[in-house]
Write a new protein. Structure first.
Length: 392
């Protein structure tokens, strides 16, 4: 039986139909994660400490287990014999702690999505590593696929027996992936980042009545230009790093791929959505849609109220602070610095300079999200052009 649902009935349908397999876009997995985090935050302080302890221990457990299973992306973990031996020891020591966390906490998350999921598939956009970690910890085998409308639509996919977190998986049967230099068209060896080309029976023959666009997208040998940047592991797993047209070039010549940095920033409980800006500027900037529920809870913990335009006053008037007040700005500055610096491949140019908080979320209705819930960068840039100019 196949069930189709929508945002309005999603939670209800999960409980009613208890799916064994599920396919959705990353935003759905983000919303499930955010709902779980909200429940954790709303619990008593002692329970929050317990949850944080178990998730911390389980995170160490799954990272060690990935090394043992040889499911780490080259460059992210050391794969020498000593680290493998240490990882084996860590998995042995942490297995009972992880099992206890599963009994007390993680199984409740699985029950919230029906309790019968064998595995689920995410496609239509990148999946942030904190989401990969969360779902692996709670025992939901989340796979990722990659492709485009022009490729009908799948090119690569992760498999249950080879679920390499952080990758887009291996090519599906009869499909080839090639990484090239965007300028010279030279083919790169595994490990070198470049433009992703694809060839296979699912690739379109061309754009309808548009031979010029077809010739630009597909070369004479049948290689389709995906417009994505990435690299291949020695085992042919595809690791995507961003869209070629999304690259931000700073005045010092550094090329920044915004998606990985944005994925890191939304790990903060106070950041719901974020778009990096900064083309032809000295530093990166950011437009941020805050998580107002988490922000209100933080303000309450500080003995403050939060003034949100259009909403009823929270807390006593004399203790109320506005969304653009110094305490709020300091909180977001601290969060941005922390999340960006904690990235494994952090570089000084990744630092975010000016930022602005936006109270209107990016949605399909206001034209800032696609139907697959991806942010329309060009539309956001145009909508907030004056704000971006003022930032710099």
């Amino acid at each position: 039986m196949v069930i189709y649902t929508n945002i309005r009935y999603f939670k209800q349908d999960l409980q009613e139909f208890k799916p064994q397999y599920m396919v959705s876009v990353p935003r759905i997995w983000e919303s499930i994660y955010e709902a779980a985090q909200k429940q954790f935050r709303d619990g008593p302080a002692t329970r929050q400490k317990l949850v944080n302890f178990f998730f911390g221990m389980s995170n160490r457990y799954i990272e060690a287990r990935r090394i043992v299973q040889k499911l780490t992306i080259p460059g992210q973990e050391s794969n020498n014999n000593s680290s493998t031996a240490l990882a084996k020891l860590q998995t042995i020591v942490l297995t009972p702690v992880h099992a206890l966390g599963d009994k007390l906490i993680y199984q409740k998350v699985r029950q919230a999505v029906g309790g019968k999921l064998k595995f689920a598939i995410s496609g239509g956009g990148s999946l942030a590593m904190h989401l990969e970690n969360f779902y692996e910890i709670v025992g939901i085998d989340l796979l990722v696929g990659y492709g485009l409308t022009e490729t009908a639509p799948v090119l690569t996919a992760r498999r249950p027996g080879h679920n390499l977190r952080g990758s887009a998986g291996r090519p599906i049967p009869e499909t080839e992936i090639r990484i090239i230099d965007p300028e010279t068209r030279q083919t790169y060896e595994p490990g070198h980042k470049g433009l992703v080309l694809a060839r296979g029976p699912q690739v379109m023959r061309g754009y309808f009545q548009n031979p010029e666009a077809t010739d630009k997208a597909i070369d004479p040998e049948g290689w389709f230009d995906t417009g994505d940047l990435g690299w291949l592991t020695p085992q042919k797993d595809l690791v995507l790093t961003g869209r070629a047209k999304d690259t931000i070039v700073l005045t010092n010549g550094e090329n920044i791929e915004p998606q990985p940095i944005e994925d890191a920033c939304v790990r903060s409980p106070y950041i719901d959505q974020i778009v990096l800006v900064g083309q032809d500027q000295k530093s990166l900037g950011a437009l941020i849609v805050p998580n107002l529920d988490a922000l209100k809870q933080w303000a309450s913990g500080q003995g403050l109220g939060l003034q949100v335009p259009g909403e009823e006053q929270q807390g006593e008037a004399e203790n109320a602070i506005a969304i653009d007040s110094q305490p709020i700005q300091s909180l977001f500055r601290q969060e941005l610095t922390l999340q960006v610096k904690n990235r494994p491949s952090f570089r000084p140019d990744d630092r975010i300079g000016p930022f602005r908080l936006i109270l209107e979320p990016f949605t399909i209705d206001n034209g800032l999200l696609t139907q697959t819930l991806k942010i329309k960068r060009p539309v956001v840039m145009e909508r907030y052009r004056d704000m971006i100019d003022e930032m710099y």
